[in-house]
Design a protein around this ligand. Structure first.
Ligand SMILES: [Zn+2]
Length: 64
């Protein structure tokens, strides 16, 4: 019953956003002016935000 699983996946997700990384330099232009990237813990959807995430609040993740 694969189609049932597919329906379940399409169910509306109440996103639980997790900070991924901030966008700097030229990449800001490539990303349409957005400054930070977020990912939903539940469905993996990505969201771009115009505000920069405060670096000092990051204590468990590093991205390079
Ligand atoms: Zn989600």
């Amino acid at each position: 019953m694969k189609w049932i699983k597919r329906l379940f996946r399409l169910k509306k997700c109440e996103h639980d956003w997790k900070f991924v990384r901030n966008i700097y330099g030229d990449e800001i232009n490539h990303c349409g002016g957005y400054r930070s990237l977020w990912e939903c813990r539940k469905c993996g959807r990505l969201q771009w935000r115009e505000s920069l995430y405060q670096e000092e609040n990051i204590n468990c993740q590093t991205f390079h």
